[in-house]
Design a protein around this ligand. Sequence first.
Ligand code: ZN
Length: 167
Amino acid sequence: MDRLVLVLNANYEPINVCNTRRAIGMILAERASLVKNGRGVIHTISRVYPRPSVIRLDKMVSRPRPRILLNRREIFRRDNYTCQYCGKHSMTLTIDHVIPRHKGGEHIWTNVVAACAGCNHRKGGKTAEEVGMRLLRVPKEPPASAMYLFGHHMDENQEWQEFLSGW
Ligand SMILES: [Zn+2]
């Protein structure tokens, strides 16, 4: 019941994920419809329900364009858990402010990168140029596409692919 279910808006735009229990609750309340099963059925004492993988809201909900939250997890995810100076892949990275905060560098997507402890230490409170280091790529705000927002759940939910692409 903890398996994630992809929730589509009435126009099929992916807008959320929820657990199986909540998805079935929404279907039973006639707020959403089953789009994709693919996971067999759930037996209760009196009934058998299809186990949803993708559901669609019956009524369109309007919402502001989503943005990716600026936090450690999302910074590391954007940078593929890779130090943006030496290219080392690691699950224990630090956040580096490209222009150091004490030099007026802001905590914004274009000024934060994942850095390994060694590179962060070497760079210290200086800019990369001052210590002869170079960024692998220019940091940007990640696109809030459906694939970026929900695609990281696809290892366990391959069938979502067709619903995520194009948004
Ligand atoms: Zn490094």
